[in-house]
Design a binder for this molecule. Structure first.
Ligand SMILES: *Cc1c(COP(=O)(O)O)cnc(C)c1O
Length: 350
């Protein structure tokens, strides 16, 4: 979270804009909260340059719930194609298989999820209802730096992108996207809010057993208030959107994220102690997994980092090693401090 946002939220906690209420105490149908919601939606549409024929939905359930909600709305009970590039896309495939024929269009599993299969090699069925990718694999540290152009591959199916862990870190080419979804908790705000941005023509086809609160058409028709939305999370995300605009918008954030990631990857590549195994053309700008060549030093590395307030560096348990998550709110100084510590630790290991 950007510190300025936390400070503003703290200052407004008891009394939002002289309303006599905390945002948590507002009715979601009252004019105060409606103004917060409308501003947040407008700011997000502007920031991400979301075209008018896409709906922006503020939902709940997180990225994992969308793994079910997307097929419930878009599959028509038919076939779906998944590109497996790490843990998150694997989870999406598994969940979708409850709702239709979920197929593997391509997989990078055999190389330990360190590359991206080239779109030209994907096997997409002619009957495909949609093609799913994970834009940024949070655990394996693999990112699409360009979204696939399915039309150029002769495929009319819409592209579904899980952008949970890189939303708002870079621009989105909406001409290539049918639907993008993501939990808010990595780049946009607190947990509890899930963002869905979907092309209008794709909604209105939910399966009969789709829960009403998860039917995109109902959610869209009710301005995301078919049921009570996660009001406080929307408010905080709205403050983050305003913060992003003050930083110069998404293009400026992307430049900053490139500089942060490059600093860390350049150091990793120059080091004889640390290693990142992901192919250079698909390394994530948000999540940088790395290993100590001598894994017996892991605990000492983490303890020294903690002593310098460099926190949450332990890698995900499924891959081990370390992981630096350098989301939008992490300033360049944070990455500089990490690299300085890593360099110092390496010297003590000779
Ligand atoms: C964190 C994450 C999720 C899971 O989100 P939840 O909100 O925990 O359901 C899904 N996809 C990606 C890419 C993620 O990074």
């Amino acid at each position: 979270m950007p510190e300025a946002v936390l400070q503003q939220a703290a200052a407004e906690m008891l009394d939002w804009h002289g309303s006599g209420m905390s945002v948590m105490e507002m009715s979601h149908r009252g004019k105060e909260f409606i103004s917060i919601y409308e501003q947040a939606e407008a700011d997000l549409r502007e920031l991400l340059a979301v075209p008018a024929h896409f709906k922006i939905l503020f939902m709940q359930g997180g990225g994992l719930a969308e793994n079910a909600i997307v097929p419930l709305n878009l599959s028509h009970g038919g076939a779906m194609d998944f590109v497996l590039t790490g843990s998150w896309s694997q989870k999406s495939l598994k969940e979708a298989s409850k709702y239709g024929a979920a197929r593997v269009a391509a997989s990078a599993q055999s190389d330990g999820f360190t590359t991206l299969p080239s779109p030209a090699s994907w096997h997409i069925g002619a009957d495909s209802r949609y093609v799913h990718i994970c834009g940024n694999e949070t655990i394996h540290g693999v990112e699409f730096h360009e979204l696939p152009d399915l039309k150029a591959l002769g495929c009319d199916a819409p592209l579904v992108v899980d952008f949970s862990s890189h939303v708002a870190s870079r621009s989105v080419d909406w001409s290539r996207v049918g639907l993008a979804f993501g939990g808010a908790q990595k780049n946009l705000g607190p947990a509890g809010l899930t963002l869905v941005i979907v092309r209008e023509d794709l909604i209105g086809h939910a399966l009969p057993h789709c829960p009403s609160a998860f039917d995109y058409q109902l959610v869209a028709d009710n301005q995301s208030m078919y049921n009570t939305p996660p009001t406080y999370s929307i408010y905080i995300a709205g403050l983050v959107f305003q913060w992003l605009k003050k930083q110069g918008g998404i293009a400026a954030m992307a430049q900053r994220n490139i500089a942060k990631a490059q600093l860390l990857y350049d150091f990793l590549d120059s080091s004889s102690l640390y290693v990142n195994k992901v192919a250079k053309d698909c390394r994530s700008r948000m999540n940088v997994p790395f290993f100590l060549r001598d894994e017996s030093r892991n605990e000492a590395f983490l303890a020294g980092a903690k002593a310098r307030n460099l926190l949450q560096l332990k890698g995900h348990k499924s891959v081990g090693g370390m992981r630096a998550s350098i989301y939008n709110a992490m300033p360049l100084e944070g990455v500089q401090a990490l690299v300085a510590y890593m360099r110092e630790f390496e010297k003590t290991q000779a």
